[in-house]
Design a protein around this ligand. Sequence first.
Ligand code: HSE
Length: 413
Amino acid sequence: MVNIAVLGYGTVGSGVVEVLFKNRESLQRKAGQALQVKYILVRRDFPGDPHTDLMVRDFNQILEDPQVQVVAEVMGGLEPAYTYTRACLERGKSVVTSNKELVAQYGAELLQIAREHHVNYLFEASVGGGIPIIHPLHLCLAANEIEEIAGILNGTTNFILTKMIQEKMSFADALALAQQLGYAERDPAADVEGHDACRKTCILASLSFGEHVYPKDVHTEGITEITSEDVAYAASCGCVIKLIGRAKRGAPGEKIQAMVSPALIRHDSQLGTVDDVFNGILVRGDATGDVVFYGKGAGKFPTASSVVGDIVDCVKAADTIPSLTWKPSQGGNVADPQDNVTRMYLRCSSEQAGLGYAKSLFGEIQPLSREGQPSEEFAFIAPAMAEREINAKIANLEEMGVTISGKIRVLDY
Ligand code: HSE
């Protein structure tokens, strides 16, 4: 029998405990041993909960118990999760987690500590909720050099955008519903400002390209500036707006390209059809070509599925799984976003200048229109060029008295 401790009893933690009890028999068969929840670390009382007998408030009770072999850290946040994870690994306990913030910041270091103590630090649940993506990257796709990854990596923002686009729901109402359904982070700013997608992009980039990529190095924009006008212009050219995290291997001697931002993508493309809380992750390998992973990217049971899968892996593993690793780095390994070459959607307003002036500046633009478009408003897609060049032309537009109200990259995924 293997004793497990669950650190945290929020949406994910309670889902993990429920799955471990509900699927106890099949899990025993798959793990080769019974999986027993011995402790649940909580910060408050849960009156009436069926597992109150397992609840403890003192982490040291778990740390000091040599019978606890696997710890599920589902608390979220950097502290005390970092201190607890380190301590458990150093005591020879494997740790599994859904904590993307922790993996994105300290992944290389925690993997190294796990290796030194012949245990595992597994984090399938940190990216894509219930979608298997970490295991495929380092196991099934091991034959490949991963060239590029692009994905809808945040369920909350995809849910909000889908509700805004398909049901004309307001941003605030859609966010409140996502919170009610248990998709959003404790502080939903992490979702809507893109930080959660950035952390996931960093984890995927670190694993794919073999060196730690830090969130602070990845240019990140959220969805708070997206308006119904932008949605209408996007629809007019067959596009939808999605929050896309992407990372591309640099050419030899060059830096990784990585960014998180909203983007116009074709509504019928592989990522364009990913709606609601679903995530879609496109992986481009040099042998396999494009592989797309799709499933529920947030929520209690999808995330618990990945955490419990990792627990089973820890139980079966005789030692540290060697392929789940990347090198530490000092950061600074991501290219300047100003060098990023992209097409750009721009929504502008001016009494004087219009599409003609935009054309004289940007060249072959694609003009857009929408129902109810005010006479002073114009929108277009500028041809591909470096963002530095686009920004210089935008400055020129602004000097002409043009107000830029919408600026969204146009991508081909
Ligand atoms: N808040 C996250 C999301 C949870 O919406 O994707 C899953 O990581």
